[in-house]
Design a protein around this ligand. Sequence first.
Ligand SMILES: Cc1cc2nc3c(=O)[nH]c(=O)nc-3n(C[C@H](O)[C@H](O)[C@H](O)COP(=O)(O)OP(=O)(O)OC[C@H]3O[C@@H](n4cnc5c(N)ncnc54)[C@H](O)[C@@H]3O)c2cc1C
Length: 246
Amino acid sequence: MARIQWQLGKVTAIIQETPLVKTYRIQLPDWTPHLPGQHYDLRLTAEDGYQAERSYSIASAPEQTGEIDLTVEFMEDGEVSGYLHEGIGVGDSLEVRGPIGGYFVWRDSMANRPLFLVGGGSGVVPLMAIVRHRFLIGAKNPTQLLFSVRIPEETIYRTELDRMAQQDTTFQLSITYTRQVPADWQGYHRRIDRQMLTDQLRQFKEPPVCFICGPTQLVEFVANELAEMGLPPADIYTERFGPTGT
Ligand SMILES: Cc1cc2nc3c(=O)[nH]c(=O)nc-3n(C[C@H](O)[C@H](O)[C@H](O)COP(=O)(O)OP(=O)(O)OC[C@H]3O[C@@H](n4cnc5c(N)ncnc54)[C@H](O)[C@@H]3O)c2cc1C
C-alpha cells in the first residue's frame, strides 16, 4: 500500500465549539474522500526542526469535499492542542496526512444494522462524522448516541445534534452530565454505568453495531460491559483518545 504523503493544508475557518474546543476547517490540495471514523495525523515543526505529531479524527462528512474539519480540545500543558488553540489562525498552514485507519470506520454497508454510538468528551468527534454522513445519505437505521460530558458548556456540537434528533426520528441523542447539569435537567446525571447501557440497549429491536470513543477508561469500561451483556465483540468498535477519565 502506498504511504500517505504529508501535505500542507490551509486553515479557512475556526469554529469555537465550546470554551475549550475549536474546530479547524482545513482546505487540502490533495483531498481524498474518507470513511467516517478515520483520522488525520497533524505535524508541527519548530524553527529548530523539532517536530510533534498527533492524531485528530475527522469531524466532517466525506460529502464536504476538498476540506476536512478537525475538532481539537485544549489540554492543559498540551504541546500540540495548546499550540493549535493559541498559535493558529485563519489563513495559516498546517501539515497533515490522511485519511488514516481501517478499523474504527462506519461503512455504508452497515446502514442495514442498528447503530449504538458512545462518546466521552472529544470522543464524540469521529461519531459526529458518522452521524453527519448517515444523515446526508438518508440512512434510516435506528441510531442512538450516548454522549458523556462533564458540564453543559462542554457539550460539543449540541445545536447540530439537537437539530438532527428533531429532523430524524430514527436518530436519538442521550446526554449524561457527569458533574453539573442544566437547570430543569430530566436526563442522566452520572458516569455511564451498566444500568444506563441496559436502558439504551433495550430501545433497539435487534442488537446494534457499537462504536465507542473517548478517554481510555470510558472506552474500556463500556466495551467490557457491552461484551458482558452479550454483544458479539466483532460488533464493538473502539477508539481510545488518551489516558485520562472524564
Ligand atoms: C486516533 C486518535 C484520534 C484522536 N482524535 C482527537 C480529536 O478528534 N480531538 C482531540 O481533541 N483529540 C484527539 N485525539 C487525542 C490527540 O491525538 C492528542 O493526544 C491530544 O490533542 C493531546 O495532545 P497534546 O500534544 O495537546 O498533549 P500532550 O502534550 O501530549 O499531553 C499533555 C497532557 O495531557 C494528557 N493527555 C494527552 N492526551 C490526552 C487525552 N486525549 N485525554 C486526556 N489527557 C490527555 C497527557 O497525559 C499530558 O498530561 C486523538 C487521538 C487518537 C489516538
